[in-house]
Design a protein around this ligand. Sequence first.
Ligand code: C2E
Ligand code: MG
Ligand code: MG
Ligand code: MG
Length: 288
Amino acid sequence: SSNARTNWQIFSPEDRERNKLRNTVNWKSRLQEALDADRLILHYQPIYDIARGRISHFEALVRMIDEKDEIISPGVFIPIAEKTGLICEIDSRVVTLACKALHKFKKQGFQEVTLAVNLSARAIADRNFIDHIEYEVGKYNIDRSNLIFELTETSAVEDINTAAHVIGDFRALGYRFALDDFGVGFASWYYLRQLPVDFVKIDGSFVRNLASDREDKLFVKALTDVVHGLGKQSIAEFVETPFQLSLLKELGVGYAQGYYIGKPKPHLVTVIENQTPYLEPVSGIAKR
Ligand code: C2E
Ligand code: MG
Ligand code: MG
Ligand code: MG
């Protein structure tokens, strides 16, 4: 019918492309506005030291406050920022916010807060980026050991030589590094060996069905053993239940992060929610 024809025309591939482009352009200016108006904020999600039974550090996760004061999650705007080239500006703003936050936490009486900050492949490849970090760290008088940088496995593998090199440079200065979302990309043992990271974060997709899936258990165990054998620490993402946490403990995983431990919040969580007997409340936050 003519109706069906009209529908087909409305959603023609050309239209779709044009829409996508318009959307991207739109988002780019919204992101730029958010940057200019200082409307990027950090939320902090605790990472739990399973053996010691206390918070080890926090991951800083960026959010954008839009024109209607609504919080936009990074899953929406980070991919657009990566496409439009704004990602370096965002990552660099996040570093500044993280240093400011560490400075503030110290003034509030938290002596040993460590923050993990996500970086994109582009930021890593930018020679000026490390200078920006060093500048902010100096300005806010931050101890370099209180910063960990996270880079996804997928980003690292894009240019493994640059990643390995830059991570080495960062570590020589005293920063620590984590390989994020490990296991969903190419996930070769080779990359684990090449990248001089301190932590490997086992992707949440392996943890989601840990309670029922024999193979996920097998993978988490094998990954953890290799990670530890290489002298690195293991962190499991997406820990949502006490049962998952106890399984991870049994499998020997070092650290846990997820909604069960604590959701990302605009302030530091000092007492872990949903306490089980060994999730003891912490008043000061221990570094490691
Ligand atoms: P990520 O670095 O892997 O961070 C973990 C993401 O998983 C966060 O989403 C967190 O809220 C979510 N999460 C944590 N625990 C659970 C859980 O138990 N269940 C479920 N379903 N989800 C959980 P978020 O904050 O939306 O961030 C998404 C991604 O955006 C991050 O993934 C990271 O790759 C990226 N990102 C965030 N902040 C920055 C940043 O400042 N710079 C860059 N380049 N990327 C960032
Ligand atoms: Mg991360
Ligand atoms: Mg992750
Ligand atoms: Mg993830």
